[in-house]
Write a protein that binds this ligand. Structure first.
Ligand code: C2O
Ligand code: CU
Length: 484
């Protein structure tokens, strides 16, 4: 893999983290497992599989981000993240989406190889759900793993329309005493707007002789590219100055489900005082591999185990790999340890040194066997100006569908001819990349190359796109299409 994976976190990010750490730990609250059960409306027995029903309401609302800050935005069930949906592998999941937003919406069940009509892509697999309307999604929850659900309409995801979807494995390949989910989010205080508008504003700012304020509500420049004006990075919807706390006991094995539904941020994450054993990538079991940090891009998930053998109060830090926003933070707190603040500069040391997870470290327990492809596609990832992003020279939605045949083994060879990270996500299938099975993979900038194989065994119209939603919105998507 490219040296991107061994890149360094900026010095300023460390300094800024020190500042938040000072107030952060002493104020920590038990917010880690604060998700109440979502609106469970009933259970029914079916022939074999149980049917589990949920009602999910997309609505405007206000949430607390901690440290006295509130935020009015669009949410599922009025919460940020949205409520945890948790089912057992093999159960049928039915979610009724009640759209009380002022705009049409859809929900996508990120990573699950479900029937195409349930995939939630507006204009491709369903009509948008109009304001005031309901739509029923139903599919078999399999395979087990950590997944996300989120709006797939325009840039709605970046308002806060996302949540965790956990499918408990029938037979986990590792055991553990307790678990927590940690969702990372880049917090945009204003309504998200497409790159085109952000660039227009950045140009206007430059015209004002650098006198204007950078940041604020306008687009910001980062490495020569305009990025949305994020105000902070959140862990489970909370600011780093008032982080969620995961309470543990000594001598436990704790499973942390790390999920990244951010609009445009890739993180490197580490737990102070502890190593992490990676046990799942995008929900799929891998041979356990011990690391000090890992990189998680938009749409990716990693499950890690932590052995609690080092009593104290420890930060879990997720620093952006681009830009210098202060890291998102959660806290691992041992019961019985007196609440104490961490030292000022106590950003988890694993971010600076130690072993970083590499893609090549991941070995799926049950991989698609190695083999020759029936079809090979070369898919260049590139940009034009700052506001157009392409796959193989074409922009969505004008791009022609990529037609494959049912049963084919399809190889996609991606080459990133741009200076930005692109986490590429395929709907409806897992793919083999290196020795891992994933549904989203980071393609490093500056001529980074990644290739994956998938089996065309789930007919329909499937979106393949960059999970930086601004890139997706600016054209970086294609459709794979095949019929029965
Ligand atoms: Cu999580 Cu097409 O997306
Ligand atoms: Cu991208």
């Amino acid at each position: 893999m490219s040296d991107f994976y061994t890149g360094k976190i900026s010095r300023r990010a460390f300094l800024r983290a020190g500042l938040t750490a000072a107030v952060g730990l002493s104020l920590g609250r038990f917010a880690g497992s604060a998700w109440a059960a979502p609106n469970l409306v009933g259970r029914e027995a079916e022939a074999d599989d149980r049917l589990r029903k949920f009602l999910l309401t997309a609505m405007e609302g206000e949430v607390e981000l901690g440290a006295g800050e509130t935020f009015r935005t669009w949410l599922y069930d009025g919460r940020l993240p949205g409520p945890e949906i948790r089912v057992r592998e093999g159960e049928r999941l039915r979610v009724e989406l009640d759209n009380r937003l002022p705009e049409a919406t859809t929900v996508h069940w990120h990573g699950i190889p479900l029937p195409n009509a349930q995939d939630g892509v507006p204009g491709l697999t369903q009509a948008p759900i109009a304001p005031g309307e309901r739509f029923r999604y139903e599919f078999r929850a399999a395979p087990g793993g950590s997944y996300l659900y989120h709006s797939h309409m325009n840039l709605q995801l970046d308002r806060g329309l996302y949540g965790p979807l956990i499918i408990e494995e029938r037979t986990p390949h590792v055991d553990y005493d307790r678990e927590f989910s940690l969702l990372l989010d880049d917090h945009l205080p204003a309504a998200p707007r497409p790159l085109e508008e952000l660039v227009g504003e950045a140009d206007a700012q430059r015209g004002e002789m650098m006198g204007g304020m950078m940041g604020g509500r306008m687009g910001r420049m980062m490495g020569g590219f305009v990025v949305p004006p994020y105000a902070a990075l959140l862990a489970n919807g909370r600011l780093p100055s008032d982080p969620p706390v995961f309470e543990v006991r000594r001598r436990e094995r704790v499973r942390l489900r790390l999920l990244n539904p951010s609009g445009a941020t890739t993180y490197r994450i580490a737990v102070a005082g502890h190593r992490m054993t990676v046990v799942h990538a995008d929900g799929q079991p891998v041979e356990p591999v011990q690391v000090d940090s890992l990189t998680i891009s938009m749409g990716e998930r990693y499950d890690v185990l932590i052995e609690t053998d080092n009593p104290g109060v420890w930060p879990i830090d997720a620093a952006p790999v681009e830009g210098d926003t202060a890291p998102a933070r959660a806290v691992l707190r041992y019961q019985g340890v007196r609440n104490r603040a961490a030292p000022q500069d106590a950003l988890a040391e694993g971010l600076r040194e130690g072993r970083q997870l590499q893609l090549a470290d991941l070995r799926a327990l049950d991989p698609l066997p190695a083999g020759e492809p029936d079809r090979t596609l070369d898919l260049t990832l590139s940009g034009r100006g700052e506001t157009t992003w392409m796959i193989d020279g074409e922009t969505w939605p004008e791009a022609a569908p990529l037609r494959v045949e049912r049963g084919q083994r399809v190889r996609c060879r991606m080459l990133n001819r741009s200076m930005m990270i692109h986490p590429m996500h395929l709907h409806g299938h897992f793919f083999r990349v290196a020795d891992a099975m994933k549904d989203t993979v980071l393609v490093p900038p500056h001529m980074g190359r990644v290739e994956f194989d998938f089996i065309a065994d789930n007919p329909g119209r499937w979106l393949f796109h960059c999970h930086n939603i601004y890139h997706m919105e600016a054209g970086m998507a294609r459709e794979f299409r095949y019929v029965q």
